[in-house]
Design a protein around this ligand. Structure first.
Ligand SMILES: [Zn+2]
Length: 241
């Protein structure tokens, strides 16, 4: 009798669980069906909007290589010695397709026999041997000593030399990242050392022997416009504060 009761109970419980599993299975199928109906109706609604319209996928976010090379200029330009009173900023191109601060330093030290090496205070890379738009700081800046970037020594004593890697006379023009870094660097330096806009020069504007530097393709007018825009943005921001 006891065994019979147990077997009946066991049979009933098995049936109960089987029914419950089947019930759950049905609910899952019902849910999936509902999802498919929603998706299908969504497609039906959206397809007419795209009929004859070229679908353009959302552009991929800018990669690290093509995004502006943002560096902390305060940290980058910090010097551990007494600052010099800089009055000018002179812009150069390297007149080479490739390069970086270390390579130019080697050339200036070994070939040109300049004791302090790299003639410039800053070099802005083009992605060849340093980042595209990467600002490298030369030893002359760290030690706050004169540059050797123009043939005019009076100018070298008071002018910060910035070189952009590239040949903008016979090659192309600066990359967007280089230009953006140059704008930021000039804005930072001219504010810090109170350098007037009229004292931001291209190498060829310095009175000395003839040079095309930084090349006919260097967008000097564009640079000046961007500096003005940045300055007015800064002023507006100050007024808002
Ligand atoms: Zn130059």
């Amino acid at each position: 009798m006891y065994k019979k009761i147990v077997s009946v109970l066991s049979r009933n419980s098995k049936m109960y669980f089987r029914n419950r599993i089947m019930h759950q299975g049905e609910r899952i199928i019902q849910c999936l069906s509902l999802v498919m109906i929603v998706v299908a109706s969504g497609l039906c609604i959206s397809i007419p909007f795209f009929t004859g319209v070229k679908i353009e996928w959302k552009k991929r976010p800018l990669s690290l290589e093509s995004s502006p090379y943002i560096q902390d200029l305060e940290k980058l330009c910090h010097v551990g010695v007494n600052g010099r009173s800089w009055e000018y900023i002179v812009i150069h191109h390297s007149a080479t397709a490739k390069g970086n601060a270390a390579r130019f330093d080697h050339y200036h030290r070994k070939d040109r026999k300049w004791q302090h090496g790299l003639a410039y205070h800053f070099v802005i890379g083009n992605g060849s041997f340093s980042g595209d738009g990467e600002i490298e700081v030369g030893e002359r800046w760290k030690k706050q000593i004169h540059g050797a970037h123009t043939a005019n020594m009076d100018c070298n004593r008071v002018a910060i030399g910035i070189c952009l890697v590239g040949d903008f006379e016979n090659g192309g023009s600066p990359s967007e990242n280089q230009l953006e870094s140059l704008v930021r660097l000039i804005q930072y330096l001219s504010r810090k050392y109170n350098i007037a806009s009229s004292n931001i020069l291209q190498h060829k504007q310095v009175h000395q022997k003839c040079t095309a530097c930084p090349g006919k393709n260097f967008p000097f007018a564009e640079l000046k416009t961007r500096l003005l825009q940045l300055a007015s943005k800064g002023n507006n921001h100050m007024q808002e504060l």
